[in-house]
Design a protein around this ligand. Structure first.
Ligand code: ADP
Ligand code: MG
Length: 391
């Protein structure tokens, strides 16, 4: 399970490595860009020490440990095998799963999550990113499962949605006429976005089509509103449901898979901004700063201190509540540039990632054998309330 490359550190691809960890934090260091190389006196602001440790070269020098440090020699394929495959396996087992890409603008978030998708799936491009690879693998796994479990008459249903959070407003990327959608929580559906378009998908090609459509709509929205798409968060979600018969009982399994490309984490310059621009700067900070706060409070809780977690203070954290300290297996990929020109932003990303390592999620298999997925959800809801009461 160790991939050979011209890399001096082993790179683990063994999914079992993830089994006991509900939250994984990976640092991805992108290669220096041409403009960074051409800059006078450029240097590196980080140094990798091992497959899990790295040093930020500054004052004072700081050493960090993560679940994985991936340098520029780690390809899209290698990262997919290390992070994407186990997440798909989690979903197949009925665990909610979430992959976040965090980092400043230009650090490689979109490259990591989507990559080069114009050419279609990975058969066409080595630069194709996590999301298309994940779905190609998911549908091949579903096919295998169908063949292996014919007797149980197993059936799968996958539905996807794609949304953008900008300025604390939710836009449906699969139906851009739907703006300012609201997040609701009820016992039937759990936390969900009201009226968000859901499309049934039966192949990786179907998913690619939705991804491309959503990406195009995102570009149009950004152009129309005269703002950079780096200021919005995008969330691609696929709900995977399965149903099978065993010993006269119908079983249901359910998993929600979120793939999130966050807005650039760099400090927004709000000085001199007025009106819409100022509101935008504050609101963008709001979803990201609330994310930081939620993580900070979750860390306090895991240290035995009781704290209110302000999930509802931003759209992002409300929507992804389950993925942060809840019922999900979560992978955070923190992207950084190695260039000394980004030294301080890189340090801030490393600190964020280090805090995130302390989050403890409580993932459980979403399954019931009573023949009713909704009943199961209500049961979960009631259990959650009971846990809160006991706390
Ligand atoms: P972000 O989404 O964080 O703003 P991008 O993903 O758009 O950043 O990356 C910025 C540029 O760097 C793009 O041209 C992208 O292709 C390139 N890039 C990012 N990460 C890598 C990588 N690991 N290997 C090669 N090129 C990369
Ligand atoms: Mg991007």
């Amino acid at each position: 399970d160790v991939v050979e490359s011209n890399r001096s550190f082993e790179f683990r691809e063994d999914p079992s490595f993830w089994k006991d960890h509900n939250v994984q934090v990976i640092i991805r260091i992108r290669p220096l860009s041409n403009s960074e190389i051409s800059l006078q006196g450029h240097g590196n602001c980080v140094r990798q020490e091992s497959s899990q440790t790295m040093t930020w070269i500054g004052h004072p020098e700081s050493r960090f440990t993560f679940d994985m440090v991936a340098d520029e020699n780690v390809t899209q394929e290698m990262l997919f095998k290390a992070a994407g495959v186990p997440m798909v396996e989690n979903c197949m087992e009925g665990y909610n799963s979430c992959v976040f890409a965090y980092g400043q603008t230009g650090s490689g978030k979109t490259h990591t999550m989507l990559g080069d998708i114009e050419g279609g799936t990975r058969r066409h491009s080595v630069n194709c990113g996590m999301t298309p690879r994940v779905f190609e693998y998911l549908f091949s796994r579903i096919q295998k499962e169908r063949e292996a479990r014919r007797e149980e008459n197993i059936k799968f249903t996958c539905r996807c949605s794609f949304l953008e959070i900008y300025n604390e407003q939710i836009l449906d990327l699969l139906d851009p006429s739907s703006v300012n959608l609201q997040i609701r929580e009820d016992t039937k559906k759990g936390i969900h976005v009201e009226d968000l378009k859901e499309v049934e998908v039966t192949s990786a090609r179907d998913v690619m089509q939705q991804l491309l459509q959503g990406a195009a709509n995102r570009k149009v929205a950004a152009t129309n509103m005269n703002r950079a798409s780096s200021r919005s968060h995008s969330v691609f979600t696929c709900v995977i449901e399965s149903k099978w018969e065993s010993q006269g009982v119908t079983h249901h399994r359910f998993a929600r898979f979120n793939l999130v490309d966050l807005a650039g984490s760099e400090r927004q310059k709000s000085s001199g901004a007025e009106g819409e621009r100022l509101k935008e700067a504050t609101n963008i900070n709001k979803s990201l700063s609330t994310l930081g706060l939620v993580i900070m409070n979750l860390v306090s809780i895991s240290n035995g201190k009781s704290h209110h977690v302000p999930y509802r203070d931003s759209k992002l954290t409300f929507l992804l509540q389950d993925s942060l300290g809840g019922n999900a297996k979560t992978c955070i990929i923190a992207n950084i540039s190695p260039s000394s020109c980004c030294s301080l932003e890189t340090l801030s990303t490393l600190k964020f990632a280090q805090r995130a390592k302390f989050i403890k999620n409580h993932a459980f298999v979403n399954e019931d054998a009573s023949g009713d997925v909704l009943a199961m959800r209500i049961q979960i809801q009631n259990l959650k309330k009971e846990v809160a009461r006991l706390r």
